[in-house]
Write a protein that binds this ligand. Structure first.
Ligand code: OSB
Ligand code: MG
Length: 375
């Protein structure tokens, strides 16, 4: 293991190919941090931070992630010298919260580790699959006809599973319209906590009536009892996303039977190490595990695809082709949808994709370099 001698922290802003609306609001462009770590022997590792400009999905933001990285995580790297991503994960547990900031650095260290061993990230994490099954997450649309058109276009591109964002007032009608237009559609919904705990009955009614396979995070993050009540009476899967932020919150939710499916995002849980363990634990308990997304560029997407190549992740991931998010993507080669709604798992060293420098620089808004002080 070699030490990190230099870290680059860049802030980028990239327009999405189309606005993405959820129960939190509309995103037209994404502002995010990229962490690049460089070892003493000149190898690079890349990590993308999924914290957004505003603390809507969780309490973290670009500003808090930058602060956490600069104030605690970089000094830790300088202190530790050579640090394996698993050791890094153990060390940063001391500080509460800030999983997205921790994950961005941890994921860069995983990429660096894999590149230095000339192996793919998928391989070093223990992944076996060469292709991962994926679906597409569709934001709230301006109208029902617009939604039907959008979903129809994704189906025509080859996506085999559609997840739509829902919220009170945008649920039964869109779901009914999709079922009418596409009788065989594999349909999931994600509410991002938008419903009060009292709305279980109505969710159950339309979800059953229109054949929704999975309902993701209908209730607030802390409302585990409400999720458990839904699980008891639901023939569909009840998936948790925001509620699960580490191994302990998963263990609590599992023991309460508050979920039957788990959306695993490395950023939300502090990194790939914990994400991998959550996948294993969920599968062991007979739950479905699958890899979620946070509108990442190809950098974060490559990490997510590597994670999804692990055996426990048996439900289709929220990882779509590059052109569903950004055109062009920040990396080469871009991710393309393959046969039977899959993305192929890069087999090159590390995350297996490289930044397109001119495009990266064009969208860079801030740039900082930090170096280890050699005594
Ligand atoms: O809840 O899964 C979510 C995007 C941003 C924040 C939260 C979520 C999402 C998505 C997009 O659903 C999934 C993707 O990256 O394709
Ligand atoms: Mg979600």
């Amino acid at each position: 293991m070699v030490a990190v001698r230099r870290v680059q922290l860049d802030e980028l802003e990239l327009p999405l190919v189309e606005p993405f609306e959820t129960s939190f609001g509309v995103e037209r462009k994404r502002r995010f941090l990229v962490v690049q770590v460089e070892s003493d022997d000149g190898e690079l590792g890349l990590g993308e931070c999924v914290a957004a400009k505003d603390p809507l999905y969780s309490s973290e933001s670009v500003a808090t992630a930058r602060w956490m990285i600069e104030t605690y995580l970089l000094p830790l790297l300088w202190r530790e010298g050579a640090v394996h991503p698993q050791i890094f994960r153990d060390r940063v547990r001391l500080w509460r919260g800030h999983p997205m900031a921790k994950a961005a650095v941890e994921m860069a260290l995983w990429d660096l580790w894999a590149r230095r061993h000339r192996q793919s990230l998928s391989h070093v994490l223990g992944g076996r699959r060469r292709r991962v099954e994926v679906g597409v997450s569709v934001g709230i649309q301006p109208s029902i006809p617009a939604l039907v058109r959008r979903v129809g276009a994704y189906l025509a591109e080859g996506y085999g599973r559609i997840k739509i964002k829902v919220r009170p007032g945008w649920d039964e009608a869109p779901v009914a319209a999709l079922r009418k237009e596409f009788p065989d559609l594999r349909l999931w919904v994600d509410a991002n906590q938008a419903y009060p705990a009292s709305s279980g009955r109505s969710i159950r009614r339309w979800a059953i009536k229109y054949g929704v396979e999975q309902v993701e995070q209908p209730f607030p993050e802390r409302a585990l009892a409400a999720h458990a009540a839904l699980v008891r009476r639901a023939p569909f899967r009840v998936c948790l996303d925001e509620s699960i932020t580490d191994l302990a919150s998963f263990e609590t939710a599992r023991s309460m039977k508050a979920l039957t499916s788990l959306n695993v995002k490395a950023g939300r849980v502090g990194g790939l190490g914990t994400a991998r363990e959550l996948g294993r634990d969920a599968a062991k308990e007979g739950l479905r595990a699958w890899v979620g997304g946070m509108l990442e560029t190809g950098i974060g997407r490559a990490h997510n695809v590597a994670l999804a190549s692990l055996a426990p992740f048996t439900f289709p991931a929220d990882l779509s082709a590059s052109d569903r998010y950004y055109q062009p993507d920040l990396v080469e080669p871009a991710f393309q949808l393959g046969p039977r709604s899959t993305l192929s798992v890069p087999q090159g060293p590390g995350i297996g994709v490289d930044v397109v420098e001119p495009f990266y620089r064009k969208h860079r808004r801030r740039h900082h370099e930090y170096r280890r002080q050699t005594p």
